[in-house]
Write a protein that binds this ligand. Sequence first.
Ligand code: PAF
Length: 283
Amino acid sequence: MLIPVVTTIQEIRAAVADARRCGKTVGFVPTMGALHEGHAALVRAAHARSGFVVVSIFVNPTQFGPNEDFGKYPRTLATDQQVCADAGADLIFAPIPTEMYPEASVTFVEVSGLTDVLCGPARPGHFRGVCTVVLKLFNIVGPDVAHFGAKDYQQARIVRQMVRDLNVPVEVRVEPTVREADGLALSSRNRYLNADHRAAAAGIYRALQATQSRATTGERDVVRLEAMLHTDLATIPGVRVEYARILDADTLRPLTQLDRPAVAAVAVSLGGTRLIDNVIIGQ
Ligand code: PAF
């Protein structure tokens, strides 16, 4: 059975209010659609904790740069509805852009510091767009718990910071990355890869695993670890490495010694498709 889709703020607020009147807690999974097993895992996690689960599907224009893939980002509402139903969602909120950004919207949310590293410099304005839409969605849906994927480590860290700094009454939970059998992290953008690039993409997680095992077997020098990670990634056929960094897992600041939990985070481009992934090391 397909689950209902509502498109207006008035409808979603009414549906959430009804669920609350029935004593249900509200779980929320914000997405841009093109749902895959990683999103399904987020919905299942939400379903396990909350009595009423809302999934938003909105390809958010403000988080795409002028030369990025906003126009070609896959829009697959019918399949998404099935994924949501199978995973235990109750309702989809799929607004049109003018519902989210009426003409003359001039207010944006910026988190500083955490946005200056990793994906921030390569995607100016991206996290401002993410924070703005996520805060708007939190205000519109009013969930108790919101679920994000660990693949977008920096996004999840920034959203947590925003929630803390702006006293947003929502619990942010970060769920483990879901991977293909060969280790590639699931992403809506994997469908852009041709067969050669798809096969090569498995090398991203292999490089991160090699970093993890060097850390586990005693390498503590972060400059060396980063250099080896970069070299491993650079051997992937057809790759362009955007960054390969090992940063403090909490502050996202640089480290010299692996003396605390750190995130090894990478961004690469394969045939023009930008892919990111990460693992936690040094725990
Ligand atoms: O991770 C995503 O899909 C998006 O950045 C999000 C959180 C739905 C905001 O548009």
